[in-house]
Design a protein around this ligand. Structure first.
Ligand SMILES: O=c1[nH]c(=O)c2ncn([C@@H]3O[C@H](COP(=O)(O)OP(=O)(O)OP(=O)(O)O)[C@@H](O)[C@H]3O)c2[nH]1
Ligand SMILES: [Mg+2]
Length: 212
C-alpha cells in the first residue's frame, strides 16, 4: 500500500517520517510525501473545524493522485484567548505564514497574564482518504502552558513557547524522540497506526455469531 503524507509543512513531514520509521512492527506501507508530487500546490483551508480542513486536504490529494492520502490539520488553542488561534494557527499573524511573527503576536496577546492562566493545548486531527472514497480520522491533544519567553530550537511553530510542566521544558527543548512520543501528532498517529493495521490485516470473520 502507498500513502502520501499530504502536508506542505516540512516540520510535520519530518515528524511523520520519524514516527513511521520508529514503529516496532512496521506496516507494509510505502510512505510518499508531497515532495514526490511538486505539481500539487497549497490547498485552501476553507473548513470551520480541524476535521473539515483535514478531510479537505486528504481528499484533494487522493483525488488528484488516485492514491491514499494522510493529512494533518492541527493548531494551538489558548484558553485565555477563547481557543484562538485554533484552526488559524498557521496564519495567526497574517500572510505569509511565519512562525516568528506568530510567536511574537501570541506573547503580545498574553502580556501580563500570570502563568497559571496561560493554559493551552495542541490539537491534531489526522484524516486518511482512500481512492475509493472511504475516510478515517484520528485525533490527539497535548496539554501545556504558554511560556513568557521562547526557549529551545527543536520542533517548529509555537514549540519554543509551549511549556510542559512535567518535563520543565518547552516542546522545542525536548529531543525529537520525546516530542514524537508525547505530542498531539504522536497520539493521533498512534491511533491511525491501529486503523491502518485493521485496514491491512482485517480480523478473520468469527466462526459463529456471539450469543447476545
Ligand atoms: O509548535 C507547534 N508544534 C506542533 O507540533 C504544531 N502542530 C501544529 N502547529 C501549529 O499549527 C499550524 C498548523 O496549521 P495547518 O494544520 O494548516 O498546517 P500547515 O498550514 O502548517 O501545513 P499543511 O499541513 O496545511 O500543509 C502550524 O503551522 C503551527 O503554527 C504546531 N506548532
Ligand atoms: Mg495549512
Amino acid at each position: 500500500m502507498q500513502i502520501i503524507i499530504a502536508t506542505k509543512n516540512m516540520g510535520k513531514v519530518r515528524e511523520f517520517e520519524a514516527m513511521t520509521e520508529s514503529q516496532k512492527a512496521p506496516l507494509p506501507i510505502q510512505w510518499l510525501s508531497l515532495r514526490d508530487f511538486p505539481e500539487i500546490g497549497e490547498i485552501e483551508e476553507t473548513g470551520s473545524t480541524f476535521r473539515e480542513n483535514a478531510l479537505l486536504k486528504a481528499q484533494t490529494v487522493a483525488n488528484i493522485t488516485g492514491l491514499a492520502a494522510l493529512s494533518d490539520d492541527s493548531g494551538l488553542q489558548v484558553d485565555a484567548l477563547g481557543g484562538a488561534p485554533g484552526i488559524y494557527s498557521a496564519r495567526y499573524a497574517g500572510e505569509p505564514k511565519d512562525d516568528e511573527r506568530n510567536n511574537a503576536k501570541l506573547l503580545q496577546e498574553l502580556q501580563g497574564l500570570p502563568f497559571e492562566q496561560r493554559t493551552a493545548r495542541f490539537i491534531c486531527v489526522l484524516a486518511l482518504a482512500l481512492p475509493d472514497g472511504q475516510k478515517f480520522f484520528a485525533e490527539g491533544a497535548c496539554h501545556g502552558f504558554i511560556a513568557k519567553e521562547k526557549a529551545g530550537d527543536g520542533g517548529f511553530g509555537y514549540d519554543p513557547l509551549f511549556y510542559l510542566p512535567f518535563y520543565h521544558k518547552t516542546m522545542a527543548q525536548l529531543s525529537s524522540t520525546v516530542k514524537n512520543s508525547i505530542s498531539h501528532r504522536a497520539s493521533a498517529m498512534e491511533k491511525m497506526f491501529f486503523l491502518l493495521r485493521a485496514l491491512l490485516f482485517p480480523e478473520p470473520e468469527p466462526m459463529r455469531k456471539p450469543n447476545f
